[in-house]
Design a protein around this ligand. Structure first.
Ligand SMILES: [Zn+2]
Ligand SMILES: [Zn+2]
Length: 198
């Protein structure tokens, strides 16, 4: 049944205000396909994603859509991962976010310092309460180093970097010097670059 001119005019208004076909159809009590047909006929562009009748998700809401809760409060990531390092990531309004950084912010109410890791025993976990940033990770692992007797108490590393500033720990609590490791990584990258340029 064709729509009355009145209904068509109202439909045009609603569509121009940014309604999706579905929202417009619901509002006017017509079929979604009818709304789509009139949109095409009237030459009205598709609804923008951020329209008031079709609100977009916030970063945290979008993050939540990729979560799969598993046992013991751990959560797995059903979204995309980076090819190079398998880091769980997602895109929101054309910006890429790492799932763990968003999880950290949810649990701590602030942005992380350094990169975020899961400090639990569940591989690939993204549960907010299990996330730690660099300072948090160092604190937890330093306590573990003491418990496991791996803390050597030296004020400096063999190359003279101050422990208080540069000491880092592996997940099992074994200590290493962060400054020495950064230097090693930089040297490795320089070597790769030199080899690639040959
Ligand atoms: Zn976990
Ligand atoms: Zn060092």
């Amino acid at each position: 049944m064709p729509l009355s001119p009145n209904t068509v005019a109202r439909l045009a208004d609603v569509l121009k205000q940014g309604a999706t076909d579905r929202a417009a159809a619901r509002e006017l009590g017509i079929d979604k396909s009818t709304a789509a047909h009139h949109r095409a006929r009237l030459g009205i562009a598709p609804a923008p994603k951020a329209s008031p009748t079709h609100p977009t998700l916030t970063v945290q809401e979008k993050w939540r859509t990729f979560l799969r809760p598993v046992e013991a409060g751990h959560m797995e990531w059903a979204g995309r991962r980076t090819k190079s390092s398998s880091t769980p990531v997602f895109t929101h309004h054309e910006r890429t976010y790492t799932a763990r950084a968003v999880a950290f912010r949810i649990a701590n109410g602030r942005a992380p310092e350094g990169y975020v890791t899961a400090e639990c025993d569940h591989e690939g976990c993204v549960a907010p309460e299990h996330m730690a940033d660099a300072p948090g990770r160092t604190r937890v692992r330093a306590a573990l180093a003491i418990i496991t007797g791996q803390e050597n108490g030296r004020p400096e590393c063999a190359r003279g970097h101050r422990t208080a500033e540069h000491r880092r720990y592996l997940p099992d609590g074994s200590p290493y010097c962060g400054a020495c490791q950064s230097a090693r990584k930089a040297a490795g990258r320089a070597r790769e670059k030199a080899e690639a340029g040959r």
